[in-house]
Design a protein around this ligand. Structure first.
Ligand code: NAD
Length: 481
């Protein structure tokens, strides 16, 4: 059985306690590897290594840091098949998605920040001819990066890359539910010659490793992606210690479809925005609002498409569109929300059930893509994050009404709007309370743009200069001429 190791001070090491957690392959429901059950002692060791490496790494030229990062990204690319298989085995997403989406994006993340750092500049503020201010941007020191299980390597590298590019040293924790590709990344970092201590990966539970990182006095900034409740706990611990915080949290995103949209394009994309990665993407549009004149047409076409096209199956199989749910606990949570939807008066138009596969996959965790109608916009099913292959459909009559429903949740991460009316697209984008708006598309990403949410979807922005600014401290120097 595969035994995953921590990556501390440039070496792969066992947790000090020698304890491990079972790590499941969700497609079979069986344990396939052991994940270190690390604790605050391992975090301390990682911190010491990071702190010792900081002086040299922060004084290494951006060009040199960039070269090492580009080596790491090209080594992942060279091993893409190995990474893709590992991600699918660990997370349950279809192999084609790991191969064409998740792992290439991890490669891009490292490449993007590895090159961005060579172009990163700071400002100058001249005061006529009698003084000049310039801003120095220096790395923070040792920073913590904590990531979730839904896009494991993609989100892990999205944090680590800007942190190390800007000269920090990192203590990082991937989700204990999906540790495999972070482990493969540590092997690649060794091969690429990343100096010892620059990146340290400590595997284990959130309540032990995560909280040890958050509460460590020497770790000055925390970049976290995960659930809103966990984010609140991290803020509670880190705020009185005056740590810099970037929190990317949950969502309950609206997908707003007007009658004048390009119907076929919208339909194809709505299938993706509803069910890609089993609906386990924080950006998925789980509340679909349809303008009444096309409600019946949409409902018929969408449900038909879900039934015909979305094959639920073994994620390694090429024609599988919906793989397995990441864990038994999450599988049960999603099913309990489907039950709740029924209690709240919803009608299940398709799906609504667990799917049992044959043979070695019989114990895997699968749920049929589910479409529900007939719910009030403010019921729990339409307000709470389910984070699975479950969407609701709701008709609307006016812009005001749909804006009210769309903005009614505690979340404000992303929104998708389908309309051919340019003026309305701008008007709606302005009024919607979300950090990200897609018009006539979904998940079209440019890594330079600010990424993050409002309300309980988070604090701060990732991506582009925003991330490099987060991981550096500005210092103003004023010189009198
Ligand atoms: P989670 O909050 O349970 O866990 C996320 C990470 O935090 C894991 O590594 C976990 O071990 C760690 N953790 C748990 N308790 C901790 C604590 N007390 N202190 C420090 N760390 C702790 O989230 P999850 O179930 O892994 O991920 C799903 C959630 O992530 C969903 O809510 C989803 O919307 C959100 N998400 C948000 C974004 C975004 O960009 N906004 C992206 C992906 C996922």
């Amino acid at each position: 059985m595969l035994t995953i190791k921590n990556y501390i001070n440039g070496a792969l090491v066992e947790p000090i306690s020698k304890k491990y957690i079972d790590n499941y392959n969700p497609s079979t429901g069986k344990v396939f590897s052991l994940c270190p059950d690390s604790d605050e002692q391992d975090v301390e060791m990682a911190y010491q290594a990071a702190n010792a490496a900081f002086e040299q790494w922060s004084n290494t030229s951006a060009e040199k840091r960039s070269k090492i990062m580009l080596r790491i990204s090209s080594l992942i690319e060279k091993n893409i098949e190995k990474f893709a298989e590992a991600e699918t085995m660990d997370q349950g997403k279809p192999l084609w998605l790991s191969r064409n989406g998740e792992i290439p994006r991890a490669v891009s993340n490292i490449h993007f920040f590895g090159t961005a750092i060579e172009h990163f500049a700071s400002e100058a503020h001249p005061m006529g001819n009698h003084a000049v201010n310039y801003t120095l941007r220096t790395p923070i020191g040792v920073v913590g990066c904590i990531s979730p299980w839904n896009l494991p390597l993609y989100l892990f590298t999205w944090k680590i890359a800007p942190a190390i590019a800007s000269g920090n040293c990192v203590v990082a924790k991937p989700s204990e539910i999906t540790p495999y590709t972070a482990y493969l990344l540590s092997e690649i970092c060794i091969e690429a010659g990343l100096p010892a201590g620059v990146l340290n990966i400590v595997h284990g539970l959130g309540a032990k490793v995560g909280s040890a990182i958050t509460s460590h006095v020497g770790i000055k900034a925390i970049s976290f992606t995960g659930g809103t409740k966990t984010g609140a706990e991290i803020a509670r611990v880190a705020a009185p210690m005056f740590k810099k915080l970037s929190l990317e949290l949950g969502g309950k995103n609206p997908n707003i479809i007007f009658a004048d949209c390009d119907f076929e394009k919208m339909l194809t994309e709505t299938l993706r925005s509803s069910f890609l990665n089993q609906g386990e993407i924080c950006l998925c549009g789980s509340r679909i609002f349809i303008e009444r004149p096309i409600y019946e047409k949409f409902k018929k076409a969408f449900v038909e498409k879900v039934k015909v096209e979305l094959v639920v199956g073994n994620p390694m199989q090429a024609d599988t569109k919906v793989g397995s749910i990441v864990s038994k606990m999450h599988f049960e949570k999603i099913l309990s929300y489907i039950e709740l939807a029924k209690q709240e008066g919803g009608s299940v138009l398709c799906g609504g059930n667990a799917v049992k596969l044959q043979g070695e996959f019989a114990e895997g965790w699968y749920i049929a893509p589910t479409v529900i109608e007939g719910l009030q916009y403010n019921c729990r099913t339409n307000q709470e994050e389910i984070f699975g292959p479950v969407v609701t459909i709701t008709p609307f009559d006016t812009e005001e009404e749909v804006l009210h429903m769309a903005n009614s949740t505690e979340y404000g991460l992303a929104c998708t709007i389908w309309t051919e009316n340019l003026t309305r697209a701008h008007r709606m984008s302005f009024a919607i309370r979300a950090g990200i708006v897609w018009i006539n598309c979904w998940l079209l990403r440019d890594l330079r743009t600010p990424f993050g949410g409002v309300k309980n979807s988070g604090v701060g922005r990732e991506g582009g200069w925003e991330a490099l600014r987060f991981f550096t401290e500005p210092k103003n120097v004023c010189i009198k001429i």
